[in-house]
Design a binder for this molecule. Structure first.
Ligand code: GCU
Length: 393
């Protein structure tokens, strides 16, 4: 697995896929209009956005990109399997919760790791990471403390911090991705608009939200869903689908995450569908080398998060994820926030490296360095949450 990853990264660095990294070679393109309905009605009010255009855009993403999101299941059971009221030297209460969801006589189990600050007087806001890296990053025993999930820092800032491993929902492998959530929904596997791994990861985030709704320590109206890279594609899709998430962070999510596909800069749709055929609906493959045919682009996905705050990031060395196209995408999404009379303070041109813009509703930074999720990134997410939810403690 590690070997494969190294080969893949080498391929990217010597550009064997022939991807474009030259801004001068980005051909002119026209983005689908965020505020024009299929029936050519110009959308100028929140009412029309919510009743007409938003549902249309959600369907477009289901049909063409992420697949249908199943909403029904027979049963959900939450069981606290492990607990430590004195975790992190007494600073946190650890709960290890199994979320078992049953449908079609099959059960999928999502294992949630949750730290809640000790001695809280009222329910607290929480961050939930969709962990797409090694399980050690979100270790309940804290044998490994990594910047990918700096739980201690979040606790210190007064937030509950949670994570589940994405493989519980769908193994990240083209031969085995169906051995998770999709066991409950086998009909999705043969449908062109059937969800695959990214849909399953987002679905699992919503089941964690179901759990939060009944955990008295958590203020379920203040939950931020966070994802990095492929996990950041899933966090966006989760927040677009499930408006119970109060805030969304999409970190270095790149192609079919926050960046614009029409630019064909860095990773392309054909590339992503070829390297990861198990991520998106089969229908998405129609757009391999055919971005022009897409009835949508990723700015429309970002807009689905409105009016809730959204934090988008890039890293300076991560051209594969197209930082410029990511920023342009977020700027386009401003149009929908404007309908809600929410003014974005993002500058016209992309900000300089390590110059975060952290004011709600739209936040952005490009961190110096490589494709990663780091403690620096989290420190900015905390600022956005403090700003939006009101300072903790
Ligand atoms: C690959 C893939 C990206 C993805 C990234 C990751 O680079 O091409 O689309 O975001 O892996 O998940 O780290």
């Amino acid at each position: 697995m590690k070997k494969l990853l190294i080969i893949f990264l080498l391929c990217i660095s010597v550009n064997v896929f022939g991807q474009n990294y030259d801004e001068a070679k980005v051909a002119a393109y026209t983005l689908p209009d965020l505020l024009m309905s299929v029936n050519k009605k110009k959308i100028t009010t929140v009412k029309d956005w919510e009743n007409i255009r938003r549902p249309e855009i959600l369907s477009l993403f289901e049909e063409n990109v992420y697949g249908k999101m199943p909403r029904q299941f027979d049963n959900i059971v939450f069981e606290v399997k492990g607990e430590n009221k004195n975790a992190m030297n007494g600073k946190a209460h650890l709960k290890e919760v199994e979320i078992a969801v049953t449908s079609n006589k099959k059960t999928v189990r999502i294992n949630l790791i949750l730290f809640v600050p000790s001695k809280i007087k009222e329910p607290v806001a929480a961050f939930l990471l969709i962990n797409n890296r090694g399980k050690e990053n979100t270790s309940p025993n804290r044998e490994v403390i990594s910047g990918f999930w700096p739980a201690e820092r979040l606790i210190e800032a007064g937030y509950a911090i949670a994570a589940f491993h994405y493989s519980d929902a769908a193994p990240d492998n083209e031969d085995t991705f169906q051995n998770g959530v999709l066991r409950l929904y086998p009909e999705q596997l043969s449908a062109g608009d059937g969800m695959k791994a990214v849909g399953a990861w987002a679905w699992a985030a919503s089941r964690v939200m179901d759990y939060f709704k009944q955990d008295k320590d958590i203020d379920a109206s203040k939950v931020t869903v966070v994802g990095h890279s492929r996990g950041g594609k899933a966090s966006l899709w989760a927040a677009a689908q499930d408006t119970r998430f109060a805030m969304c962070v999409t970190n270095c999510s790149g192609n079919t995450g926050a960046s614009l596909s029409h630019r064909r800069f860095g990773e392309t749709i054909e590339r992503i569908n070829t390297s990861f055929p198990h991520w998106f609906a089969d229908n998405y493959k129609k757009y391999n080398s055919n971005e022009k045919g897409l009835p949508l682009d990723q700015h429309m996905l970002l807009a689905l998060v409105a009016p809730r705050p959204l934090y988008v990031t890039n890293a300076s060395q991560d051209l594969w994820a197209d930082p410029k196209g990511t920023y342009l995408s977020e700027k386009e999404a401003e149009k929908v926030y404007r309908l809600y009379k929410l003014t974005s303070s993002l500058p016209v041109s992309p900000p300089a490296v390590n110059m975060p813009f952290v004011k709600p509703p739209l936040a952005y930074h490009i961190r110096e360095g490589k494709h990663d999720l780091t403690e620096y990134d989290w420190a900015q997410f905390i600022k956005l949450a403090d700003n939006h939810f009101g300072k903790k403690k």
